[in-house]
Design a protein around this ligand. Structure first.
Ligand code: PLP
Length: 357
């Protein structure tokens, strides 16, 4: 099937085949990765390789720590302010959709949150222009969501925050394109879209932001403690780290992030070009802010939604139903979605429009 799920999502088939082949015996160890001690030499090698590949692919500078944690991006919505807001007690949040709203609501438990900009007035269909942001120079950080998974709104530029550390939830677009990590103070992402299975959360944090955790911060969620223990303060999600390492190796073999971005652009263009000429299907996001990863679309007549989904399912295209918040459809076309999947979807949409339009 072609799996358009928003996450957990499709993974590269060669990665799954390799994981299956190694399931019972990793590298002649006689053990499954699931059965290994996280402190044994085998797993330490797996962990180190995954981190090295992530550093290489994203070009992570030496003054940043990579942490492999648990709790997902929703956990990070609390863990970030617990670790960072204490420096001044205040943080700026830019709201571009449902995930940034979740982030800022959680942060309010830990300090004063200033909503520096929001696109709520346009039903979250765009990114507010930088010159409209009202940043607080005394904020401990500025938080953005680089790609709003539900409504398909993505930054195609990196905000300048005038020296205040920029924090980004990159859960749904990490590894989809090259980024300049040095422009960020902290990046976090759940793994279950472009990086691997759920259960692993990656945090990339600049050294100077460590060591400011609020006294209430649980030890397992204190970035400084996790950094000092190489993400082994508690037992890390070992199997998820192993699969992420396989995904990262695969991305490197494909030619790294520039090659991946090119592929992602080609896939998204196919679907957006079709939507733009259709009189039956529509996408509501401002052209310059459209996501390359998640493409929501609506049918002209919502009474046909169920028939559309059934026809898609019959043709082997699954998990196209939109998020309950936004309704309609959503095609998530992460790195591992082949272009053939998007071609098949567009072909089906053309047929459906001819029949019902
Ligand atoms: N942030 C973004 C942008 C997401 O897409 C998601 C999940 O879909 C989350 C946060 C929540 O992630 P989790 O459920 O892993 O905590």
């Amino acid at each position: 099937v072609f799996n358009f799920s928003a996450g957990p999502a499709v993974l590269p088939e060669p990665v799954l085949r390799r994981a299956a082949a190694e399931m019972l015996d990793w590298n002649g160890s006689g053990m499954s990765v699931m059965e290994m001690s996280h402190r044994g030499k085998e797993f330490i090698a797996i962990h180190a390789e995954a981190e090295a590949l992530l550093r290489e692919l994203l070009g992570i500078p030496g003054n940043y720590k990579v942490l492999f944690m648990q709790g997902g991006a929703i956990g990070e919505n609390a863990i970030v302010p617990m670790n960072l807001i204490g420096r001044t007690g205040r943080a700026d949040y830019v709201s571009t959709g449902d995930w940034s709203e979740r982030s800022l609501a959680e942060a309010r438990k830990f300090g004063t949150v200033n909503v520096a900009a929001t696109s709520q007035d346009t039903n979250f269909t765009r990114i507010p222009a930088r010159d409209t942001w009202r940043l607080d120079p005394g904020a401990a950080y500025v938080h953005v969501c680089s790609n709003e998974t539900i409504r398909g709104v993505q930054y195609h530029w990196t905000p300048d925050t005038a020296g205040v550390p920029l924090v980004a939830d990159m859960s749904s677009d990490i590894l989809s394109r090259p980024i300049d990590v040095s422009r960020y103070g902290l990046i976090y992402a759940g793994a279950q879209k472009n990086m691997g299975p759920s259960g692993l959360t990656v945090v990339i944090v600049r050294d100077d932001l460590l060591g400011h955790a609020l006294p209430i911060t649980p030890s397992a969620f204190d970035y400084r403690l996790q950094a000092e223990h190489d993400s082994m303060y508690n037992t890390p999600p070992t199997y998820a780290i192993y699969v992420a390492g396989l995904v990262l190796r695969h991305v490197k073999d494909l030619g790294g992030l520039p090659a991946v971005e090119q592929h992602n652009r080609a896939k998204a263009k196919l679907l957006y070009d079709f939507l733009d000429q259709s009189r039956f299907f529509r996408n509501e996001v401002a052209l310059q802010d459209r996501s390359l990863m998640n493409i929501p679309f609506h049918l002209k007549d919502t009474a046909l939604d169920a028939a559309f989904l059934k026809g898609a399912q019959d043709r082997g295209m699954v998990q196209l139903k939109g998020h309950r918040i936004s309704g309609g459809m959503r095609a998530s076309i992460y790195n591992a979605m082949p272009i053939e999947g998007v071609q098949a979807l567009v072909k089906y949409m053309q047929e459906f429009e001819r029949e019902h339009g």
